[in-house]
Design a binder for this molecule. Structure first.
Ligand code: FES
Length: 177
């Protein structure tokens, strides 16, 4: 019985060696590029972070506009972003923080912006109106209630985050939470 010798020819040896070394070098060059390309996407953005906006002791039952600026990281781009909210305490002494963005076409609403409706939010673009809890007044252009900000209170300071849908369904509800 003859034994077959398994021999590697010089050509095969060179092929294996060059393929191995070439692959190793290519991986070494590509890894940093891939990491550079996708790393910012994998990192959390600052958009959903809670931001300090006002001392709770300054909040009254009258809606007041608060503005705050924070650094927003959007993949490779970092920018200063300014946001606003209408903040007040409802009859249950709970804080309500409403988005100022009109749900019709996105203009900014103002509290008591129309002297005919001193207890409502008013949008000057198309005369949109909202009750104090953010619910849109029927037969005015907006088709939904003003959004609510997610909030938390820490050491006497109000922090606001992203907006969410406002669940109010009637003007009598206090809103918030
Ligand atoms: S954008 Fe506010 S009513 Fe049209």
């Amino acid at each position: 019985m003859s034994e077959k010798k398994q021999q590697v020819s010089r050509r095969q040896f060179l092929n294996y060696t060059l393929t191995g070394v070439g692959g190793f070098m290519a991986a070494g060059m590509l890894a940093p590029m891939v990491r550079f390309a996708i790393d910012p996407v994998l990192q959390a953005t600052g958009a959903s972070d809670m931001q300090p906006v006002i001392d709770v002791s300054e909040i009254t039952d009258e809606p007041q506009k608060v503005d705050w600026t924070f650094e927003q990281v959007d993949a490779w781009y970092t920018s200063d972003t300014t946001r606003s909210a209408w903040v007040y305490k409802n009859a249950n002494d709970e804080i309500v923080a409403l988005s100022p963005t009109c749900k019709h076409l996105g203009c900014a609403v103002n509290w008591a912006g129309n002297s005919d409706y001193p207890d409502q939010f008013f949008c000057p673009c198309h005369d949109g109106r909202y009750y104090k809890n953010g619910l849109n007044v029927p037969n005015t252009p907006p088709g939904a209630a003003l959004d609510l900000f997610e909030m938390q209170v820490e050491e006497g300071t109000l922090y606001l985050g992203d907006v969410k849908e406002n669940p109010v369904t009637s003007p009598e509800e206090e809103g918030g939470a």
